[in-house]
Design a protein around this ligand. Structure first.
Ligand SMILES: [Zn+2]
Length: 328
């Protein structure tokens, strides 16, 4: 009888704390997120910016702005624009070019998400310094897929992302970092270029740090949606933790390693979440992508994660996707 009563009391207490938690988050101000973009070699951009904006808003935790370079460039002159109010006039170019007026007010945001890509033109020097100051002083930054291809010569940016690919990066930029098939973490300083991937496919993600707020509650192994498994990334990898790795099982993998997929980096007082997932619409529709992205953005903004793992999260046997619907 005593046991029954205490269990009932516990249930009531749990209910009360749940109600309080709900009331608190409903009344607390939303986190301010800024997605920056404008030059990306991927055909899914700028749709990918709209998808990420909506994913963040769907959590109920964020309000999201977008700041875009005035000069825009994308691969293959894709014209797959979806409407997005408030980004201002843009001029579509054949080749990426620095926008001298690109100066987002980073300090107004809890987290800044980069959807730039390979070959993006350098930002004005003042804007680079502004991001460095913002991060040094406790800002949050998220690097998505090809954002780790951008700005190979910008030293501090490469410290922020930890590892990068392509753009002439080689042994001068830092080691390759990966896990072996035996589960050993390796920093490999051997010479060579950076950045590779096999064909798009479902591939297994192995969680390496299960008690980090971003990965907590994920199955130890889960399948991606059809996506690219980035490989041979290299960079300074300072103050970096690999949360999860991916193993290309296509039969055409560029390496026989478990490659870093989800990473976190400390930079000054700032926090960075880096995901290499998100090649195209299939990648952005993956529940593994969506969940790690919105949790990673919250962690970069606050150092904590309040979102739970959704019921449709992938397992080791089954991948999971959500067809994207643009909210009117
Ligand atoms: Zn890609």
């Amino acid at each position: 009888m005593i046991q029954v009563i205490s269990r009932t009391a516990l249930t009531i207490l749990t209910l009360v704390s749940l109600v309080q938690a709900t009331a608190y988050s409903a009344e607390s101000p939303k986190l301010k997120a800024l997605i920056i973009d404008g030059q990306n070699n991927h055909a899914v951009w700028p749709k990918s910016t709209i998808m990420m904006k909506q994913y963040l808003e769907d959590t109920g935790l964020f309000e999201v702005d977008v700041d875009r370079t005035r000069f825009t460039w994308r691969a293959n002159n894709q014209k797959a624009f979806l409407p997005l109010a408030g980004v201002g006039e843009t001029e579509d170019l054949e080749q990426p070019k620095t926008d001298p007026d690109f100066e987002p007010s980073f300090e107004d945001y809890d987290v800044v998400i980069s959807n730039f890509g390979w070959k993006a033109a350098d930002w004005p020097e003042d804007t680079q310094e502004a991001l460095e100051d913002y991060m040094e002083n406790g800002g949050g930054f998220v690097s998505v897929h090809a954002a780790d291809n951008s700005f190979p010569k910008w030293k501090e940016y490469n410290k922020m992302i930890g590892l990068g690919g392509w753009g002439g990066r080689n042994e001068k930029d830092g080691p390759y970092v990966y896990y072996t098939n035996e589960g050993e973490l390796v920093r490999d300083t051997s010479p060579g270029g950076s950045g590779a991937h096999g064909p798009k496919g479902h591939f297994p993600i192995t969680v390496r740090v299960a008690d980090h707020p971003i990965t907590e509650g994920m199955p130890e192994v889960w399948l991606t949606s059809k996506d690219e498994c980035y490989a041979k990334l290299r960079g300074p990898a300072e103050n970096m933790t690999i949360l999860a790795t991916g193993k290309d099982v296509s039969g055409k993998a560029p390496t026989d390693r478990h490659e870093p997929i989800l990473m976190v980096v400390d930079y000054g007082d700032g926090r960075i979440f880096h995901t290499t997932l998100g090649h195209d619409t299939d990648g952005f529709e993956g529940v593994g992508f969506i969940t790690s992205f919105t949790r990673g953005a919250e962690w970069a903004a606050t150092g904590e994660v309040s979102q739970s793992i959704p019921n449709d999260f992938p397992t080791a046997e089954e991948s999971s996707s959500r067809k994207f619907k643009l909210r009117k």
